[in-house]
Ligand binder design. Structure first.
Ligand code: ADP
Length: 660
């Protein structure tokens, strides 16, 4: 192996995954990291690590010069870019070559050729790769484009030539709407890409996204490692991927594989790449698949291909980059079935808003491959893609693979930031997905079914019981009798039936649990549902109890701090109540404060929140600076409270609208 030391210009799960293969091959690894990623999982796993710069990716992970300098400083001989960041940056690939570093990826020219939609389409057309029928030329006269749309046949799709992320894209169903849609697409494209040029193509009905993994060794050999189906998408972002594609025939596979390797050869491709096609749904048709784009890097969803092909794609990337040839002969057909989902720190019930913060608990179900980027105790950084892990199941057939994934997801626990775990569970149990009938519109059509929902009263009652009963059993034991918790002078309110209402917080909402005593001992009920030991999966973390149901985790905490042990609560207010930017820090090291004094102000979503002390104490340390971005739960100030001071549920936060 020519490569002795490999720098991985990435972070998170992909960096960890590349390190794993490099280590197995005896290649030393160098991680790079930003200030936000000090001690991150990929840094812990690498043999060496180099600080690149601040959290802002432009000044760290995206700064090609710093990455190359880090490779020089550590005498690395190769750079693996992962996906995202610099992976499809032609200049970076060229700079690496110029510095005598091996870029683990295609030549800069191949990256360049696939950059523009219409240029890539022109290259493919010349190479005989089927493209969506349409007009991809230079003429931009509205009347001309309208005539083209008529010739293509409605519905059509107008797309920005330099488009990405679905911007500048308009579906037009009838000639009447064409002019307006064209004007809108142009405006959007000009605003987003500084270029209003568009192309017009046929809108493919019931579109399925099927892509082909290709591998070329630069010695004339280019092979297809078959397809992945990535039709479960939300806003053109993949959510679930599988191989093989449901309904795939050997004839179509062969035809697509041939087109994809032709595409790779047309641009002088070397290494791992993916050719994306759009295929008309229903019965897959050998004559109805069309080139969309080529991704000139390793993809997030490559593990499904690894599981059905038996290939380690990262190993082959390194071998090919080091000048080795691919094994002779055609790759065998896919073996069994593999399916992957991406576990994200985001809130599907709140428009998929990214979530951040410390992972309090993280356990994965068994029987699946897990590619994780964080471990329990780590932060999901607000600065980068909030992926936690990928879960990939493999089975002899599709049903078995899905069954394994469902089981693993049901056993998976991710606590801290909000996650899309319930959303993923809903997808892999949905009849349309299980029957393989879905197209790229599936998630949008079923969004209401796939999101929302809540943890049952029974589960919350079980969590409340786990918090309340031990405290009261202890107290009554101290008081001399098990069944005598009701003497405690702790502010619980007596209600009509002889029970007590115990205030609890359920994911930040105030609720009352009912504590009762009977022949069996203490019991807790919520909304009339009585807690039962052993019924619900409960996880204790950060002093609270989480009830887990169908992948959804609800945090249950006691409101009345008198019912907690004395030192549980020493540092409330020290932790940021939300992800945001610190506006100002009022607390000073060594300076005493009184209840109600301002500790710091944090800005999130254009709102400024002032965090105040709820009880007196002294500032032990200030751990963040004004201007810094902090994650929810991050320690901002360390406080020593006067133990004699009065305690309330948490430090009080008041909100004021910021100036602009
Ligand atoms: P972008 O680069 O803006 O993401 P793409 O060309 O990659 O745009 O297309 C994004 C998504 O839009 C595809 O995954 C597919 O779901 C849909 N799409 C693209 N072209 C068509 C088409 N001709 N017909 C139907 N759907 C399409």
């Amino acid at each position: 192996m020519v490569i002795k030391r490999l720098l991985i210009a990435n972070r998170g799960e992909i960096a960890v995954r590349v390190i794993r293969t490099a280590r197995r091959m005896g290649v030393e690894t160098v991680a790079v990291f930003s200030e936000a990623d000090r001690g991150a999982m990929h840094v812990r796993h690498a043999d060496h690590a180099v600080l690149l710069g601040p959290a802002d990716a432009k000044l760290s992970y995206l700064d090609g010069n710093r990455v190359i300098q880090a490779a020089r400083d550590t005498q690395a001989d190769a750079i693996h870019p992962g996906y995202g960041f610099l992976s499809e940056n032609a200049k970076f690939a060229a700079d690496c070559a110029h510095e005598g570093l091996i870029f683990v990826g295609p030549p800069a020219a191949a990256i360049e050729a696939m950059g523009s939609k219409s240029e890539a389409k022109a290259v493919m057309e010349r190479a005989g790769v089927p493209i969506v029928p349409g007009y991809h030329g230079e003429m931009q006269d509205p009347a001309f484009l309208k005539r083209k749309a008529y010739e293509i046949g409605y519905p059509v799709l107008i797309k920005a030539v330099l488009g990405g992320g679905g911007k500048g894209m308009r579906r037009v169903d009838r000639v009447l709407d064409f002019d307006e849609a064209l004007a809108a697409a142009r405006r959007e494209a000009a605003a987003a890409f500084g270029d209003g040029r568009v192309l017009v193509e046929k809108f493919i009905q019931q579109p399925r996204h099927i892509e082909i993994q290709v591998f070329a060794d630069g010695k004339g050999s280019a092979v297809s490692l078959h397809e992945r189906d990535c039709s479960v998408q939300r806003r053109h972002q993949k959510v679930m991927e599988e191989a093989p594609a449901p309904g795939m025939t050997p004839q179509l596979r062969a035809a697509m594989g041939k087109a994809a390797t032709r595409a790779a050869q047309a641009v002088g491709y070397v290494g791992a790449g993916t050719v994306e096609f759009i295929v008309s749904g229903g019965a897959l048709d050998e004559n109805a698949f069309y080139f969309m784009e080529m991704n000139t890097r390793l993809q997030v969803e490559h593990p499904v291909t690894e599981l059905v092909s038996g290939f380690d794609l990262v190993e082959w990337q390194l071998r090919v980059a080091a000048g080795e040839a691919l094994p002779a002969g055609e790759p065998r057909p896919p073996r069994g079935h593999a399916v992957e989902v991406r576990l994200y720190a985001e809130d599907p019930d709140n428009n998929f808003l990214p979530s951040a913060g410390r992972i309090a608990a993280l356990e994965f179900g068994e029987g699946v491959r897990v590619d994780a980027g964080v471990e329990p105790g780590d932060e999901v950084s607000p600065h980068y893609d909030p992926m936690i892990a990928k879960l990939i199941a493999h089975g002899d057939d599709r049903d078995t693979a899905f069954e394994k994934l469902r089981t693993a997801l049901s056993q998976t626990v991710a606590i801290g930031p909000r996650t899309n775990l319930p959303f993923l569970s809903a997808i892999v149990t949905h009849p349309e997905v299980l029957s393989g009938q879905h197209d790229t519109g599936f998630v949008d059509r079923h969004l209401a079914e796939l999101t929302g929902g809540s943890v049952s009263n029974a589960a919350v009652a079980d969590a409340a019981a786990a918090l309340i009963i031990p405290v009261h059993s202890q107290r009554s034991a101290r008081a001399g009798g098990y069944d005598d918790p009701f003497d405690a002078q702790d502010g619980f309110r007596l209600s009509g039936d002889g029970g007590f209402d115990v205030p609890i917080m359920v994911d930040g909402d105030f609720q009352l649990a009912r504590l009762g005593a009977g022949a069996q001992g203490l019991s807790v009920a919520l909304g009339g549902v009585v807690a039962e030991p052993g019924r619900t999966k409960l996880i204790e973390a950060d002093g609270d109890v989480f009830a887990i149901e169908a992948g959804r985790a609800v945090r249950v905490s006691l409101v009345d701090q008198l019912s907690r042990s004395a030192d549980d609560d020493m540092d409330t207010g020290a932790h940021a109540p939300m992800h945001g930017r610190i506006v100002e820090i009022y607390a000073q090291v060594g300076v005493p404060f009184a209840a109600g004094d301002k500790l710091y102000a944090i800005e999130a979503m254009k709102m400024e929140h002032v965090v105040r002390a709820s009880r007196p104490g002294v500032v032990r340390d200030v751990l963040a600076q004004a201007g810094a971005q902090v994650a929810e739960g991050a320690e901002v100030v360390a406080l020593d409270h006067d133990t004699a001071g009065e305690k309330t549920a948490s430090e009080k936060t008041t909100s004021e609208k910021t100036a602009d």
